[in-house]
Design a protein around this ligand. Structure first.
Ligand SMILES: [Zn+2]
Length: 266
């Protein structure tokens, strides 16, 4: 009798556990897709997030995330709490000394412009729509490239640690056509931002966005829907770029994720 009860308890718990699946590594910078039962309520670190009608949800882990992530899933009168450890990564740190000061700090007259750019970018990244494109497979924005910058790397210039690099830099000739990595809606299309130059932000739903910078041409407009593979502009060196390259970003709202966690790079 007792054995049957124990069996039933194990069966009960494992059936709930089996209903939740994750795609992606529980590692710093990672993009993760979850699948729960329809109609569940999902909280990531106590933050309620959107779930699709068929049970999909998305979230991501910060570059420097150290503490476990807590995923709370409720549905059909049950609540399950999943606590996951986060694998730590080693990032590339580079020290450069003896740089002229003007390359280190932007001049005061551009502060207002930078502030305005940041507001626009922040607003686009905070958009939370019901689009479910995020659960599909991303494609590379260009076909022939050399990766010249990776996520997480950091420079220490004249002894001062700079902001880590959160993108992937694709080096290719200026004017190379650039494709949308995923279906989405354009939420920002600017030709000349101070740091990022020609800039595009795509909303893929549930707070998942991608961002392209340093574009030569921006051939899309805010509100426009794009399909994966559509040409949205051309590669350039606009903004504070010294050579032609496409820097792409992947975000879960304000959390900057490693685009390499969704791409197949050579
Ligand atoms: Zn970059």
């Amino acid at each position: 009798m007792r054995r049957i009860t124990l069996f039933l308890i194990i069966f009960f718990f494992s059936s709930i556990l089996n209903a939740i699946e994750f795609q992606g590594k529980f590692e710093q910078g990672s993009y993760i897709i979850g699948k729960a039962q329809k109609g569940s309520e999902v909280l990531i670190d106590n933050r309620k997030i959107r779930i699709t009608e068929d049970g999909y949800f998305a979230f991501g882990l910060d570059r420097d995330r150290k503490n476990d992530v807590v995923i709370k899933i409720s549905g059909n009168g049950n609540t399950e709490i999943i606590q996951k450890k986060i694998l730590k990564r080693d990032y590339k740190i580079q020290r450069i000394d003896g740089l002229p000061q003007k390359h280190v700090t932007p001049p005061p007259e551009v502060y207002e412009r930078i502030k305005k750019d940041n507001v626009l970018i922040g607003r686009a990244r905070s958009i939370d729509t019901t689009y479910d494109y995020f659960k599909n497979k991303f494609i590379n924005p260009i076909d022939k490239y050399i990766i010249t910058g990776v996520y997480g790397s950091q420079r220490i210039l004249n002894g001062k640690p700079r902001r880590p690099h959160y993108g992937i830099d694709f080096h290719a000739p200026e004017g190379t056509p650039v494709k949308a990595m995923m279906d989405g809606e354009i939420t920002l299309a600017e030709k000349d931002m101070y740091f990022t130059g020609g800039t595009i932000i795509f909303d893929h739903g549930h707070g998942i966005s991608t961002l392209y910078m340093h574009m030569k041409d921006v051939k899309v407009e805010v509100g426009q829907k794009v399909k994966q593979g559509d040409i949205v502009g051309t590669l350039g060196k606009s903004g504070r770029a010294t050579s032609p390259h496409l820097d792409i970003r992947l975000n879960w709202f304000e959390v900057k994720l490693d685009p390499a966690s969704v791409l197949n790079l050579n």
